[in-house]
Design a protein around this ligand. Structure first.
Ligand code: ATP
Length: 458
């Protein structure tokens, strides 16, 4: 087991494991058209080594077969389930929203590769959205029951970008326009709904989904012709002090699919849509390239999509997960290779400055401590039995975390002192593994709600 000890400040700001854009690749099954035409399967994956290989098509002389290899944060082959993808790659990202981060999860790839299936699911399998709604309300309920010091306000809205215009998918009668000065939601006129349950959110999703622009194209019977962004905002309020403890959001993005103009055989409106989609995806590509090369000017303003998602690329308060969807056969070799190269490039974007030599701000330190504890709890849950060394280490880690918080400016000292007391009194009575887990759960449940002001630490 990998049990990392919480560091007592100063904590070095360079994060070795998590602040790059996370990139996973998902390959859909062979479709009936590819099956019938007998296209070769050209993509192979190894989930353990996270490595993916793609073979090129045999050239005109049938001579060369070259293989290109890529490594990503995770790879999912055609047999992988929605549930596996969610549990391994998405759940830890959504968890970050409760720590005050803005989280963006987006599906990218050629048309017909399964972006909408991945995000919205179908009648048989829940997609990322439904699973995220469940996770959010599980969190809200746990917190409300574990202590009554906090309330969470969860709101959602659903917007589509179609042919360079924004449209509110939950209220199409009102005009919507971009407003980047509004940090919480870079939009004006977009209607937000307050949700009390997972079902409320699902209702909004379904409502928006049915209003989306779709059309039958050469590649996909139900092709999305727009970029759709479902935004969940989460405001945590301390009921005792009435202070807002954190405001964060989750962007769930189903991008329209890229298409080769030549191969798509599109004409008229479909052709216009196709051009518009490709242009906005090119703008995303340029933003990724500029963020990666550390340029000071990032061309966010090149498209509505990049303006709306501005804080998803290269911002220190954002965690981003890109799901690159691809097809498995030689039918789309070129497009698949382009998606993989693009995704590989995105993997190099860092959401934090390269190296910070200054100390972390109080809020960052607080978040980091919570992150370490959440990670520790996850690792603990995978353990089969509790040994004495593990117990001592974990309790020590919780105590260190409390000390970190005590040194952070703006923390409500009285609350933290209470936890320290709780830990000291209880550590000797931890008899078994579930005691330790409960204690950790209790600790995290309460710790999450201690307000921290964003002042620099001493
Ligand atoms: N992993 C998968 N398992 C089973 N079916 C899949 C999978 N991925 C995609 N499909 C099926 O492939 C078809 C195309 O998927 P989908 O519409 O989600 O593609 P898309 O990338 O969103 O396309 P577009 O960009 O044109 O909107 C659908 O019928 C979908 O159910």
């Amino acid at each position: 087991m990998l049990l990392r000890k919480c560091k007592v400040p100063p904590i070095e700001a360079e994060d070795k494991n998590g602040d790059h854009v996370q990139v996973v690749v998902r390959c859909r099954p062979v479709n009936p058209f590819e099956e019938k035409a007998g296209f070769d399967r050209i993509v192979t994956m190894d989930r353990t080594s996270k490595c993916l290989k793609i073979q090129n098509n045999i050239d005109n002389f049938g001579l060369t077969r070259k293989t290109k290899q890529f490594t990503f944060d995770r790879v999912y082959d055609a047999k992988s389930t929605q549930c596996e993808l969610y549990e391994e790659s998405v759940r830890p990202m959504v968890e970050q929203m409760f720590l005050g981060y803005n989280v963006t999860i987006f599906a990218y790839g050629q048309t017909g590769t399964g972006k909408t299936f991945t995000m919205e699911g179908n009648r048989r399998e829940r997609g990322i959205m439904q699973n995220a709604f469940k996770q959010i309300f599980e969190f809200v309920k746990t917190k409300k029951f574990s202590n009554n010091t906090c309330t969470a306000t969860i709101q959602c809205c659903y917007v589509e970008i179609y042919q360079g215009k924004m449209r509110d998918l939950l209220n199409s009668s009102r005009p919507v326009r971009i407003d980047t000065s509004n940090l919480k939601l870079p939009c004006e006129g977009l209607r937000s709904f307050t949700c009390q349950s997972e079902e409320d959110m699902e209702h909004c999703r379904k409502l928006g989904y049915t209003s989306r622009m779709t059309a039958c194209t050469y590649f996909n019977e139900y092709s999305s012709r727009s970029h759709a962004i479902f935004v969940v905002t989460c405001d945590l309020l301390n009921t005792k002090t009435r202070k807002v403890m954190s405001q964060s959001k989750l962007n769930l993005v189903d991008l329209a699919g890229s298409e080769s103009l030549q191969r798509s055989k599109a004409t008229d409106l479909r052709l216009k849509e196709c051009c518009e989609i490709n242009l906005s995806l090119l703008a995303v590509n340029k933003v990724i390239s500029s963020s990666m090369s550390g340029k000071s000017y990032i061309p966010y303003r090149d498209s509505l999509l990049t303006m709306f998602l501005q804080d998803s690329f290269g911002s220190p308060s954002t965690k981003t997960l890109m799901i690159a969807n691809i097809g498995p056969t030689a039918f789309s070799y070129k497009e698949t290779l382009t998606t993989l190269e693009y995704a590989h490039k995105a993997k190099k974007i860092k959401n934090t400055p390269k190296k910070q030599t200054c100390k972390l701000s109080a809020k960052e330190k607080y978040r980091k401590t919570l992150e370490e504890l959440v990670q520790c709890r996850r690792e603990l849950e995978q353990e089969k039995k509790l040994d004495e060394k593990l117990k001592i280490q974990t309790v020590q880690m919780m105590q260190d975390a409390v000390k970190v918080l005590l040194q952070v400016q703006g923390v409500d000292h009285q609350d933290i002192q209470e936890f320290l007391k709780f830990l000291t009194e209880n550590s000797d009575h931890l008899q078994n593994f579930s005691d330790l887990q409960n204690s950790m759960q209790f600790f995290l449940g309460n710790l999450d709600f201690i307000p921290v002001q964003d002042k620099p630490a001493n």
